[in-house]
Design a protein around this ligand. Structure first.
Ligand SMILES: [Zn+2]
Length: 418
C-alpha cells in the first residue's frame, strides 16, 4: 500500500488538469484536436511531466506520449496504464486526461516511496481517441495495439489536410506507425482510469467503480415504408402508417433492453420525411443504437428486435429496411484485473461497485491483445461529460490514484495467467 497521506494526489491531479486545459484550439473553452498546436503543446507538457517523474519518454510516430517506469526484473513484461489527451470540441478537462494524470502521480509516488515493480509500467498518453478531426477514433491506441488502418492516412480533415501530411508536418513519420504495434508476449495487461461519463456512481454515492465490460454496440438506420393517405378520410383500420410502426418499434426496443440488466437502447433520430399535419406518414426514418456488456446478450436482443420488426410489418402492412452502420463487439474486462482493482477499492474504504461502460475507450483497442481492466471515477453535475460542465472532486481523484497505485503494487507477472 502507498504510504502517502490522504489528499496527496487529488489536488495535484486537478491542478495538472487545469494546467493542460490552458492549451486549447479555441479562444474560449477547451478543444484539443489531433496534432493542432494546442495538442502538440500538451504532448510536450506531458513528456516534461513524465520525465520529471523519472520515466523514459518518447513521443511516437502517432503522437502518443509513451513513458516507461522501468523495472529491473529480468525479462520483465509491460503493463500499460493510459488514456487519451485529445478532447472533443468544448470539452471537459478530465475525459481522458484524468487517466493519464492518475498514472503520472502513481509513478511519482513509486519514485518518492522508493518502490520498484516486477514489470515495466508504461504510462501512455494516447494522442487521439475522440475521432473529431479526421472522423476516425482511436488513432493513437490503434497504432500501439497494431490495429491502425493505413488507409486512414489519406483521409482529410475539414480544412482539406491529409492525415499523413499533418503527421509529417508535426515532425513525425507516418511510415513508422506500423512499428508501434506492441507484441502480445511483451505485455502483462492494460489498465485505464477514466471518468464514468454517466450518473451511476454519483447516484450511489461512490467515488470509484470497477468496469466489468465495455459495451458492444449495434447502430442501424431503419427506414419504414407505409402508405400516405388523407388524415381525415382514411379509417384507422385501413391505414399503413409508418409513424405508428416506428412508435411500436421504439417502445419495443425500450422493453427489450429493460429485460437485460445494463443493456441500453436509444432511438436518437426520428423523422417523417416530407410529413405534413394532415397526411398519414408514408415513410419514417429512425436510428437505433443498442449496447450491452456481452455480445451474446446483444445478439439475442437484435434477433428479437428483428422479429418484432417482422411482426409489426405484418400487422400494419408496412415494410422495414434496416442498415447496420456500426457493429462493435463487447469487451470483457479480465477477472484477475477486476479482482485486483476491487481489493484496492475496498482498501480505500469504498464498497466495490461493478458496472458496465456504455462508452468506448482506448481499452477497446487492446482487447484480444492483452488483459484489459478499467476503473471509473465519479463524474459530478449529474454525470455529464463531453461538456465544460464535466467535473470531479479532488477527493475522488485522490481515491482513484490511491486505488491505481495499490492495484499496481498488488500485481505480479504471473497474474496474467489466472
Ligand atoms: Zn475519454
Amino acid at each position: 500500500m502507498t504510504t502517502a497521506p490522504e489528499g496527496t494526489f487529488g489536488p495535484r491531479i486537478l491542478a495538472l488538469a487545469d494546467h493542460l486545459a490552458e492549451y486549447s484550439d479555441s479562444a474560449h473553452g477547451l478543444t484539443c484536436l489531433y496534432l493542432t498546436l494546442a495538442h502538440r503543446t500538451v504532448a510536450a507538457e506531458l513528456r516534461r511531466l513524465m520525465q520529471a517523474a523519472g520515466m523514459e519518454v518518447t513521443i511516437d510516430a502517432a503522437a502518443n506520449v509513451a513513458g516507461r517506469w522501468r523495472s529491473d526484473a529480468p525479462g520483465a513484461k509491460a503493463l500499460i496504464v493510459g488514456s487519451h489527451y485529445d478532447t472533443v470540441r468544448d470539452a471537459g478537462k478530465y475525459d481522458g486526461r484524468l487517466g493519464i494524470l492518475a498514472a503520472l502521480v502513481a509513478v511519482e509516488a513509486l519514485r518518492d516511496e522508493g518502490r520498484r515493480l516486477p514489470f515495466h509500467l508504461d504510462v501512455i498518453a494516447f494522442s487521439e481517441e475522440e475521432g473529431v478531426r479526421f472522423s476516425a477514433p482511436y488513432i493513437g491506441s490503434s497504432a500501439m495495439a497494431g490495429r491502425f488502418d493505413a488507409r486512414l492516412l489519406a483521409r482529410r480533415d475539414a480544412a482539406g489536410f491529409a492525415l499523413a501530411d499533418v503527421i509529417r508536418e508535426s515532425g513525425l513519420d507516418p511510415a513508422a506507425i506500423p512499428a508501434l504495434a506492441r507484441r502480445r508476449d511483451d505485455l502483462l495487461g492494460y489498465l485505464e482510469v477514466h471518468i464514468e461519463q454517466g450518473p451511476v456512481l454519483l447516484a450511489e454515492d461512490l467515488s470509484v467503480g470497477i468496469v466489468t465490460a465495455i459495451a458492444g454496440a449495434v447502430r442501424r438506420k431503419v427506414t419504414i415504408a407505409g402508405e400516405a393517405g388523407h388524415a381525415g378520410t382514411v379509417p384507422l383500420a385501413l391505414r399503413h402508417d409508418a409513424g405508428l410502426a416506428a412508435a411500436e418499434l421504439i417502445l419495443f426496443v425500450e422493453r427489450r433492453c429493460q429485460a437485460s440488466p445494463g443493456m441500453v437502447g436509444t432511438v436518437g433520430q426520428l423523422g417523417v420525411p416530407n410529413g405534413a399535419m394532415n397526411v398519414i406518414p408514408a415513410r419514417c426514418e429512425l436510428s437505433l443504437d443498442v449496447r450491452a456488456g456481452d455480445s451474446a446478450t446483444l445478439d439475442a436482443a437484435m434477433t428479437d428486435i428483428d422479429a418484432e420488426m417482422a411482426r409489426i410489418a405484418q400487422a400494419r402492412g408496412v415494410s422495414f429496411e434496416s442498415e447496420e452502420v456500426v457493429c462493435t463487439p463487447a469487451v470483457a474486462c479480465a477477472p484477475w484485473l477486476q479482482q485486483r482493482l476491487a481489493a484496492a477499492v475496498e482498501g480505500a474504504g469504498v464498497t466495490p461497485r461493478y458496472l458496465m461502460s456504455g462508452a468506448g475507450h482506448d481499452a477497446v483497442m487492446f482487447d484480444g491483445l492483452t488483459a484489459v481492466g478499467m476503473l471509473f471515477v465519479r463524474c459530478g453535475n449529474g454525470g455529464v461529460s463531453h461538456s465544460p460542465r464535466e467535473t470531479i472532486t479532488a477527493e475522488d481523484a485522490d481515491i482513484a490514484a490511491r486505488v491505481l497505485i495499490n492495484t499496481l503494487l498488488n500485481i505480479r507477472p504471473d497474474h496474467a495467467h489466472e
